[in-house]
Design a protein around this ligand. Sequence first.
Ligand code: LP5
Length: 244
Amino acid sequence: MSTLFVGDIHLNEQEPAITAGFLHFLRHQAAKADALYILGDLFEVWIGDDDPAPLHQMIAGALSELNRKGVPCYFIHGNRDFLLGRRFAAASGMTLLPELQRLTLEGHRIVTLHGDTLCIDDDAYQRFRRRVHQKWLQRLFLALPLTWRLRIAGKLRANSSRANSGKSAEIMDVNPGAVIRTLVAMEVDWMIHGHTHRPAVHRLVTPAGEAHRAVLGAWHHQGSMVRVSADGIELIEFPFGSTD
Ligand code: LP5
């Protein structure tokens, strides 16, 4: 038996192959697991639980089917879907978790997070994040008509793509000091996160000893997951439609 971690799936209406790949993953690989953790950016963009997009209903249905099969699903918000709320979580049977979640699985002490909070060298992003995480601003945004929210989200996405093209790869990666501080503060020896789209398993040395950081890949053309089982902790990339 195993626990699976995925993130950065970026589901959207324009890329049906990703949706089909994710639905297949839920019905086959995830259905055989003990639990599924989604570490943010399940959706390309989320502008409120009242968005009637058929894609959202389809995904809520598939996640609640997984739940009915006895596989609990947990969700940590990403930088694209931080507005995903209790209504969608209830419709899909997911449990919303805080930004940092500590777990013990198969004897490993693990911290899971989306990963954007580790990118502290990206000042512009961290300032943006602080702004859009203000509850009053979120309430104001969510009270706007859907068409306005869609337009604002489109502008924010375009702004982000423009800003990213002028940033160095180092700035957009995690800060090594922030990684070590988080591992030590959470008293764990493994970290699993996404966000940077740089799938790898890194070995680290912290003041408390050896540790590892597993980074999930984005679901552009294939799936990516971390599997924790009696065999250990593995980062696995797989073609859409795989059953293993
Ligand atoms: O997402 P990605 O991978 O392209 O880049 C991220 C960072 N960008 C973002 C922005 C998101 O893509 C946009 C999400 C829209 C969500 C839905 C709307 C919700 C609105 C809620 C209002 C309360 O996360 C990018 C990082 C990169 O990861 C790597 O870590 O660099 O950061 C940026 O691009 C931020 C820019 O550098 C700064 C933008 C300043 C914009 C100022 C406008 C603020 C006004 C907000 C009020 C609505």
